[in-house]
Design a protein around this ligand. Structure first.
Ligand SMILES: Nc1nc2c(ncn2[C@@H]2O[C@H](COP(=O)(O)OP(=O)(O)OP(=O)(O)O)[C@@H](O)[C@H]2O)c(=O)[nH]1
Ligand SMILES: [Mg+2]
Length: 355
């Protein structure tokens, strides 16, 4: 059984690539399973993966490193119930140090598992970091971004379609210099050929010796504490327009308000479900992905909101409430909050750390 630890910064494209790779592997008669992970409890990613009928389990309320035993339980569960060829485990986008806290403990305690570490990087975000135009991202957050890249067996330079050939060549140049020893892939995760290339790469790659990061936990912890998390489950009830339309309007209003306050978005994502159709809407630092909604017929929908933004939790909460009010007026609908939590991730305390 192969475990693909899929890391990389918030919004870099991990879930998209995992879903696409699962679709490809299923077509090739392979058995797959996915373990999602988050600091919170209500996960857009799990619902998204589930909506493609892919088996999914969660590790919630903290990263894999701090919940090693929960990760193991899910691996045992899948291995007993499904015996998959490949399990994808997607770590939280603000998490790093997985060689010392996951890969090495696994190598020692579970040598039967073959582990690959694929780290995703948003090419457009990396380009702006190289150009020095990303000063809006706090230094300690950039530290996490860089440490994540250092840990990769395979470094996936993702979203290459968002850059011109000249820009891409510049990014490639830098990355080849800084990460000469790594396998580097250029990828558009929405392109099946590129996903096949990633699959071939992690299928053939078998690295057993890895170096633990030289990492300063104070800076790592400070970086995570610069980000605020907001998770909410909402119900939307409309009278005249499809509920998914009102939900999409709410997403757009939240996004606009975050932008108006010039807050840096890690990832702002929504999962909208009206019982017939499901939609994911996603906003990141580099771009927005708004699915065009044409079908919705139901007047009721549920919405999961996952916002990871460089700000304070109270501010995110305020934005959510103001946006609900504005949407209710504009779309003539009723929006109720079923559950809500807004917080900062706690200081990382790994279960194991092998230096
Ligand atoms: N243009 C383009 N968009 C992509 C690509 N890969 C992912 N995306 C989009 O990027 C956004 C974020 O993708 P996700 O897969 O949710 O990112 P993630 O890394 O799982 O995010 P977190 O789990 O929140 O850290 C979505 O809108 C995707 O459709 C790509 O190769 N090209
Ligand atoms: Mg994800």
């Amino acid at each position: 059984m192969k475990l693909i630890l899929t890391g990389g910064f918030l919004g870099s494209g991990k879930t998209t690539a995992i879903q696409q790779a699962c679709a490809l592997l299923l077509k090739q008669n392979k058995k797959v399973a996915v373990i999602t992970n988050d600091q919170g409890e209500e996960l857009v990613d799990s619902k998204f993966i589930e909506s493609f009928s892919i088996p999914v389990k969660e590790v919630i309320n903290g990263c894999f490193c701090c919940n090693y035993n929960d990760l193991m339980q899910n691996i045992y569960y899948f291995s007993e119930q499904i015996n998959p060829d490949i399990i994808f485990a997607e770590s939280v986008g603000s998490c790093t140090d997985i060689v010392a806290t996951i890969a090495k403990p696994l190598a020692e305690m579970h040598p039967e598992l073959t582990v690959n570490i694929s780290v995703f990087v948003d090419a457009a975000l990396l380009y702006s970091l190289i150009k020095g135009t990303s000063s809006f991202i706090d230094g300690s957050v950039r530290y996490i971004f860089k440490k994540q890249m250092e840990e990769a067996d395979i470094l996936v330079l993702n979203k290459t379609d968002l850059l011109t050939d000249v820009e891409l060549a510049e990014v490639q140049e830098v990355i080849k210099q800084d990460y000469a020893s790594k396998k580097i892939l250029l990828q558009n995760s929405l392109n099946e050929k590129d996903i096949q290339q990633w699959k071939d790469c992690f299928s053939n790659e078998s690295k057993s010796q890895r170096k633990s990061l030289d990492i300063d936990y104070e800076i790592y912890g400070a970086g995570e504490a610069k980000l605020a998390w907001l998770d909410a489950v909402l119900s939307v009830q409309t009278e005249k327009i499809p509920a998914v339309k009102a939900a999409a309007l709410l997403a757009e209003i939240i996004y606009e308000k975050i932008n108006l306050q010039e807050l840096t978005i890690g990832h702002l994502k929504f999962f909208i479900d009206d019982g017939n159709e499901q939609y994911k809407i996603s906003y990141t630092t580099s771009h927005q992905h708004r699915q065009i909604i044409v079908n919705g017929i139901s007047f009721k929908a549920s919405v999961i909101v996952n916002a990871r933004v460089q700000t304070e939790p109270e501010i995110l909460q305020q934005i959510l409430f103001q946006s609900i009010e504005e949407t209710a007026l504009k779309a003539n609908c009723k929006i109720q909050v079923q559950s809500l939590s807004a917080f900062k991730p706690g200081f990382p305390k790994p279960t194991h750390r092998f230096a």
